[in-house]
Design a protein around this ligand. Structure first.
Ligand code: GLN
Length: 474
């Protein structure tokens, strides 16, 4: 079925050129044919019924902005009546009683939710290998990781199992899997999209955003899901632009290139591809400047201290009493807590709870947690200073293209692969990964674009320009 984006699809459904019911059938078939990719934790078989209703609405002319769109949702976001597992045994049979605001907004605009996607347990990881339901496979090479933690979301888009997906990004979980699978992944400004109904990992970092096949769909979905929500006091009432209407405006942005992001450890082909983009931008009239983000070297340590601290508090609620898994043979309350958590949390989640508890404990709080908070401010200041001089910053999304499943078997190695993505979360700024080509093995390469707080419009305009004008794009 031929359509270039969600808007185009809706128009073609209206004109009777595409049948939404057939389209949903086709996606469901593709999901089962590609079962080995392990992208979904739950598939919504009712999607066909939804398609019948929405198809009729489109033809009657009273359909919402996302009517016709078939979207998957990362399994850390609540959707009433569908299981919410966070890819963890501790929530294996949990059915939530309410729907996340971001997901409700999709439904209100007539999107069809095709299912819940696999991810790292509680969104902790960079390869999807931490899922209790097994790793997701990269469709470009099934021996390789799709990235994480939103690996199922990225693969559902890359392998054409749906039109788009909603993921979450605490330290790169939308952008890194987008880069590894060749799709567009946008992490909005912290507070742009409500976190209500998103299972908390690190509350001062968590964001919700789209993974898509093109820039227009990213803009349209962001426009739908963003905005102030009384149910999330950290959501912002900052003006919400109609992103999808602003894409055509061509602007010659001033682009910053941070030298710390192009040093040792960066795969040569990624560097070369980005340098090609920079040359193209210069020849198209964009001004580019090299500059420094001096605190970059502290970002991984700062991120892993602060997010584990927040996680250790957030995950205290899984105690075997209130909901989720409960260990069978405990005789005391303490034992019940201990056994339930010990039996049902995976190794990485346990590691982070222990690390987080440690950095918060009396005697170590000042040395680690408090210090990391201060360094977070310095990292944020670096960006503020940079954005006094430039409109956008471009950088690699990842140091390498997709690595092999099982290759990073040591936690620190895995953490270090997040080097280019965590800073945007520490600073709260929006960032997008753009697919800009392939390496010699045929694996996708992502380039990252960052902007000041609440400047998603600039990122999307820039991405749209590149999508439409970069020669030999992809
Ligand atoms: N890979 C990072 C981590 O493991 C980011 C995860 C995320 O953004 N949810 O924490």
């Amino acid at each position: 079925m031929n359509y270039s984006n969600i808007r185009d699809k809706q128009e073609k459904i209206r004109r009777g050129e595409i049948s939404l019911v057939e389209n949903v059938h086709a996606f469901l078939e593709r999901i089962s044919e590609n079962f080995d990719l392990n992208a979904f934790n739950f598939v919504n078989e009712n999607a066909v019924k939804d398609a019948e209703l929405i198809e009729a609405k489109i033809k009657e002319g009273d359909a919402g902005k996302l009517a016709g769109a078939v979207i998957s949702v990362k399994d850390v976001l609540s959707l009433k009546e569908m299981p919410l597992t966070c890819s963890s045994n501790i929530l294996k049979n949990f059915i939530p009683v309410y729907t996340a605001t971001a997901v409700q907004k999709l439904l209100d605009e007539d999107a069809i939710i095709i299912g819940k996607t696999n991810c790292d347990e509680f969104a902790m990881g960079s390869s999807n290998e931490n899922s209790a339901f097994g790793a997701v496979k990269n469709p470009y090479d099934k021996e390789r990781a799709p990235g994480g933690s939103s690996g199922g979301s990225a693969v559902s888009v890359a392998a054409n199992l749906c039109d788009a997906s909603i993921g979450t990004d605490t330290g790169g979980s939308i952008r890194q899997p987008a880069a590894f699978t060749g799709v567009w992944g946008l992490k909005p400004t912290y507070g742009r999209v409500s976190r209500y109904g998103l299972t908390a990992f690190a509350s001062s970092f968590d964001t919700v955003g789209p993974l898509t096949k093109n820039v227009s769909d990213a803009a349209l979905i962001l426009e739908v899901i963003s905005g102030k929500d009384p149910k999330d006091s950290t959501s912002s009432d900052n003006e919400k632009p109609q992103y999808s209407q602003l894409l055509e405006e061509e602007r010659k942005f001033k682009i910053g290139i941070p030298k710390e992001y192009f040093g040792e450890g960066l795969q040569k082909e990624i560097k070369e591809k980005i340098e090609n983009v920079i040359r193209f931008l210069e020849s198209s009239g964009f001004e580019t400047v090299k500059f420094s983000l001096p605190h970059t070297e502290y970002s991984i340590a700062t991120y892993y201290i602060l997010t584990t601290a927040e996680a250790s508090a957030n995950l205290a609620r899984y105690d075997g009493v209130r909901y989720g898994y409960r260990s069978k043979d405990s005789t005391t309350l303490d034992e019940l807590y201990f056994n339930s958590r010990n039996e049902a949390f995976g190794a990485e989640v346990k590691r982070r709870i222990m690390l987080g508890t440690y950095v918060l404990s009396a005697g170590y709080y000042d040395k680690y947690f408090d210090k990391a908070q201060r360094v977070r401010r310095l990292i944020k200041n670096d960006f503020d200073k940079a954005f006094e001089k430039v409109d956008l910053i471009i950088a690699p999304t990842t140091p390498t293209t997709a690595f092999k499943l099982g290759e990073k078997n040591e936690p620190l190695q895995m953490y270090l692969s997040d080097i280019f993505t965590v800073s945007a979360n520490l600073a709260g700024i929006p960032a997008m990964s753009l697919p800009i080509g392939f390496d010699a093995k045929g694996l996708p390469i992502g380039m990252q674009v960052m902007s000041p707080l609440f400047n998603e419009t600039k990122i999307l305009q820039f991405a749209y320009f590149l999508e439409n004008s970069l020669p030999n794009f992809n």
